[in-house]
Each structure stands twice: as C-alpha cells, then as structure tokens.
Design a protein around this ligand. Sequence first.
Ligand SMILES: Nc1nc2c(ncn2[C@@H]2O[C@H](COP(=O)(O)OP(=O)(O)OP(=O)(O)O)[C@@H](O)[C@H]2O)c(=O)[nH]1
Ligand SMILES: [Mg+2]
Length: 290
Amino acid sequence: MPRFAQLVMGPAGSGKSTYCSTMVQHSESINRSVQVVNLDPAAEHFNYPVMADIRELIQVDDVMEDHSLRFGPNGGLVFCMEYFANNFDWLEECLGHVEDDYILFDCPEQKFMSQIELYTHLPVMRQLVEQLQQWEFRVCGVFLVDSQFMVESFKFISGVMAALSAMVSLEIPQVNIMTKMDLLSPKAKKEIEKYLDPDMYSMMEDNSDTIRSTKFKKLTEAICGLIDDYSMVRFLPFDCTDEEGINIVLQHIDFSIQYGEDLEVKEPKEVEEEPANLNYDELFQDKGDS
Ligand SMILES: Nc1nc2c(ncn2[C@@H]2O[C@H](COP(=O)(O)OP(=O)(O)OP(=O)(O)O)[C@@H](O)[C@H]2O)c(=O)[nH]1
Ligand SMILES: [Mg+2]
C-alpha cells in the first residue's frame, strides 16, 4: 500500500507552518488522519502536534554557536540540511512503517525570494524526495507564495519563477498556492484573480511600456512565453479561514498523488469454481459498502 506525503515549501513567512496546522485541523473535521513532520531546523514556533521534529536531530542555533564551524544563519541552515540528508535513518525511525499514512513536511524557509539554494543547488530536497519514494511515499510538492507580494506583475513573475524552480528540480507533481487571501482588500482580490490562472502574454503587454531596456524586455518576453506555452504554473487561492477553499486545495493535492483511489477498491469475492453465468455485479457487490 502506498503512503502519501506533501512537501510544504515556500519563501520565509509565506505561511507554511500555518498551512500545515490548518490542514491538520481540517482533516480532523472530515475524519482523516494527517500528521506533520517539522523539517525546519530554525523553527521557533508552530502550532501543530509533530510526529517528528528535525530540531531533535540538529538545531541551527547549536551549529551557529559552534566556534569551529563559524556559520551564520544561512550557512547554518545549509549545514543542518546536509546533516539531515546524511541521517535519513533518523527520519525512517520516526516515521515507522505505517501503511496508508499521510504526512505533511513543513520545510525550511527560503530566506529571501531569490535564495532558493535548498531547492535548486543543493540536492537535499531531491534526495529527500527519492528517499520518501523508496519508502513507498507518493509525494506532492506544495509551493506557497504570499498573495500580498503577488499583486504586481513583476513580483508575480518572480514568484512564478521560484515555484517553477522547485517544480523543475524536484520532478514531482506540484500544487502552487497563494496564501493569506483573507488579508486582501476586495479590490486587490479582484486584481489578483488574473494571477491565479495567468495569461502571461497579456501580462507582458501590460508591462511593456514600463520596460525601457530592449534586452530586459526580450528576456521578460521569453520567460512569460515559456511559462504560458507550457501552462507550467497555476495558483490556487488559500485562506486559512475558508473551509471550502481548503477542501478544494486538498482535493487537488489528493488527486495529484492519487490519494483515495486505493481506499475504495475492495477485493472481489472469491469464487470457488467458475460459474457458468458469471455475474459481475454479484462479484463486486461489496464494493463501496464501507
Ligand atoms: N491572515 C492570515 N495570516 C496568515 C495566513 N497564513 C499565515 N499567516 C500569518 O503569516 C505569518 C507567517 O506564517 P507562518 O505559517 O509562520 O509562515 P512560515 O512560512 O511557516 O514562516 P517561516 O517558517 O518563518 O518561513 C504568521 O503570522 C501567520 O499567522 C492566512 O491564511 N491568513
Ligand atoms: Mg514555519
């Protein structure tokens, strides 16, 4: 039986930990069991119960205090993640071997929008994905961006690029989410609708007057064209107070990792000898009973 996992990623403060605790609460309300693993060695607070916490393995503060290493916060984070990648047996022990479990991994922050080493240059996240797949997990990437920073098209393009870089480097299904939709004014909400399912070509046209450099204009055109031609990036809105919206997000993710498909199918009744008139309805009469 497969197991299921969401890798919850995104820039600092984009709402990863809030997303995890919201999903746990939502799942409880619909009688599903979802657990969370904190993979952020620098985490200070989150309000969900953890099944495993990377800080028990290694903490950024300890690494930074080590005088022989002399790391700052960024180097410390990278060191912690590399240490983690060399100690996956710790994670294996924490996860156990539960069939059918559904686990959210609250990943470390990307310090700045442009700093995406953890997901691109360093193979840690990719190694984690491969390891989880070996443990029979179906993994979906969930990439969060803060809607507050997405209301202008240039900011939006950089958000898209960050989401895309995670998608390309991890090679797993990915659902992109715009968080904190409840904080937007009605006007901004209307404005942001066009970014959820973006038409990159018209977005480019909106901006073309403001770009003076032809080289920059060409580059932006090429990026927008690439994203549009391959329909690579879409966003789902997320508001931690809107149950229905949360459910839609969960359904998209479940669909991408085929959660639930194996649960409904039941073994057909055993037939001792082949009946002359095989009645398939009877054979599968148990299906959907539970
Ligand atoms: N109003 C509102 N606030 C939110 C929402 N999601 C997150 N926040 C707030 O945004 C801030 C950051 O959220 P976190 O969940 O800690 O974000 P994070 O991505 O885990 O942050 P780091 O782990 O520091 O990278 C917190 O103050 C949250 O309360 C949301 O949907 N609506
Ligand atoms: Mg967090």
